[in-house]
Write a protein that binds this ligand. Sequence first.
Ligand code: TRP
Ligand code: ZN
Length: 887
Amino acid sequence: MSEPLIVEATKSSPKTIYLKDYEIPAYLIDEIHLQFDLQEDFTYVTSHMRVRHNRQSRNLSKQLVLNGEELILESIKLDGIDLTPQQYEVSDTYLIVKNVPDNFSLDITVKIFPQKNTALSGLYRSQNTYCTQCEAEGFRRITYFIDQPDILTRFTTTIIADPKQFPYLLSNGNPIGEGFTEERRHWVKWEDPFRKPSYLFALVAGDFDVVSDTFITQSEQEIAIKVYVEKGYADQVSHAIFSLKEAMRWDEKVYGREYDLDIYMIVAIGDFNMGAMENKGLNIFNTKYVLAKPETATDEDYMHITSVVGHEYFHNWSGNRVTCRDWFQLSLKEGLTIFRDQSFSEDLFSPGVIRIQEVRALRETQFSEDAGPLAHPVRPDSYIEINNFYTSTVYNKGAEVHRMLKAIVGPVYFRKGMDLYFARHDGQAVTIEDYIKTMEDVSGIDLNQFRLWYSQAGTPLVTIADDYDTAQQVYTLTINQSCPATPGQSDKEPMLIPIRMSLFDHAGKEILLDTGDDQIEVEKVLKLSKASQSFQFKNVPSRPIPSLLRNFSAPVVLNYPYADEDLLFLFKFDTDPFNRYEAGQKYMLRVMQNLIRDVQQQNALEVPRALIEAMQQLIQENKKDYFLLSEMLTLPSEKYIGEQMQTVDVVAIHQVREYVLKTIAEQLQDQFLATYKMFHKEGQSDFTLEEMGKRQFKNRCLAYLALLPAHAELVMQQFTDALEVNMTDTQAALTALTSMQSPLREQALDQFYDTWKHDALVVDKWLGVQAGTKLPNALQQVKKLTRHPAFDIKNPNKVYALIGTFGYRNAIHFHAENGEGYAFLRDIVHQLDKINPQVAARMVKPLTMWKRYDKDRQVLMRNQLELLLTDKPSSDLYELVTKSLEF
Ligand code: TRP
Ligand code: ZN
């Protein structure tokens, strides 16, 4: 056979897809039997499909349109007979079969090139492993198919490969046969008993270490758990397995959901665009969210593993058993599943601390997305490239919507609603509207206004004023809401916003809330539904201090004119851990905002004594919750401070934050040192909340101390002691050292690399730490690292570590006045776009925020964006860049 023509990826010019254009499919595919012949340089994919006209469809065109990209069509038969070239039409994105009957079979063979697939979508090679990623539209890069989630199909998959190189051949469902071909190649056949959309298809072929375990479900079914990792890494899967079993138990207990196959497989892959993928029965994970041992993974990594393992497991019900009708409904599975994994982590660890981390992430990524050129509703109305909509809005704001819904209908109806949703829609591809309808049906509550959370973009602004009537002992909160304009949505309607609140007296005690209804409690959820609304509380003995939006009960910006004393009071007394933390953040933010004004007006800087004292009291607080204390010791990030400003002044923000940090360090040096010594423990780490909390707490103290050159040796000591033992402590020390002007800096970086250069995930940390350095030559170092053997532009984890950290988390250097940071990022994004458009699109985002900066920087950033459009950008990049430039 002659060498194939490689079809160049000349996708037709980007087209916008609209939700309003959705049509039910004209054809359905009931079954597909796939066979993969994995050869050295290419793969043959043969499919046998049963296709029928959809009786519900009014489309009578008799044309079957199949999606397909980068496929070489080898043969096509309808009901067993070869089609002539007149009977079908192939383009670089479609295969159209003309004049088809109502019910027929199709046999198609295509040739594909997994070895050349650097986009990591479809079937690709990662090291010596074949694996797939089909969400959202990767299946069409494997074979011709109606590649959309409302096509639910029964799959069988046969994989044929060389038995020595690929002893494990895996796909969805259960193995139902295996054997050898005449050429001594082996094959395994899998059958998935559940109908599923093509995006949940998966295949893996390779050689692994396999770790096995079992789980007994509440109905006493025994589930085999198998985790497949690169050889030599079997000692790093115990935490993932622990997390999986906890997740299985949790979903049974909290949602009554049981697992439904005999086997649950997880495969860890080093080259992966996202965190992990919930393919039915065969999850594929980025190694980052599976592998961990105390020497190589931080406490933070451990917690991420728990939430991602939980996330993919929970998708089995919220995503797989009940899936999405179309990609506009993406948040139906993602928002709900994030909400479920968040609740799981909150229950497993500590609700307050986890909530603080969730909200911090939400405000740093989603709020800025909502305020920028790429703002979109949780359920978008249109998209060019669906891969661009796996956003923090769809995921994290989507999760907040479920949390609010639970607050509005109450936990009992919420659970009943979930039960009904799973029962009513099991095996279906449904919409967000179907979901809300079940909640309405069980609760009897009209959710019409609540639906706006899905259709209106932008972060609502909630402004609260209060009044205390001493004579009547009545306290009144007057609450106003508004929502800023976003692209395509200039006017917004008032939303239904749950505001959880309490009132404190001046002794720090909660006041009983009497609003005239029958429930008198210390905490209430106010349901704000109008643009302006008042709430009255009776029998309030003296002017109270309100604790508002407790546990962050809605994804809004809250404005209430707290006096400094009130914030410091709540920082000390609030019984809601999130609001306690939040009061401190508000106060610190205010202090830094005042200092930024001082910098801009060239005034002398001074940190208020009250801030230092509050910090001091915190360090000495005799509470067990060290995790919470260490969160409370952390200043709002530069990013968060910037978000509050009309024009982000990167230089002033950086200068002020560093100044405040250093002042705190100088003033509380003795306390930090004493606390550090009290909690520092050499040796391995236990993954318990208390131990993690203590480590985090003392490493916070260390970070403050590291701002004073006198403590360089202490930091180095921790680094050296921990290097081969405890990555949480190693990374904390290395991060501090990397921003210190000290010969110890190079020494530590070299030692770290020498010790861990064989472990890809640890090398990512080494890259990330350097990309985040505060030292002046950061960009030069990052550039140099792109040429280091440790870097590989084809590996997403490496790109995220080095380029992502620099673009997203090193504002002072990325936004250098001369524009070199922007030019560098443009150059990398341009290279990436030819290799992996999804990764390029993720990396370009910092440039798209040009409007937030001063005029000079705006020009520099826009110039780089315009350059990106000149060389045939992918649809992914095209969409983000054009939307940003139009903003
Ligand atoms: N469904 C996956 C999750 O959230 C997301 C995902 C994994 C994904 N890999 C992807 C989305 C590749 C787009 C492209 O669990
Ligand atoms: Zn998900």
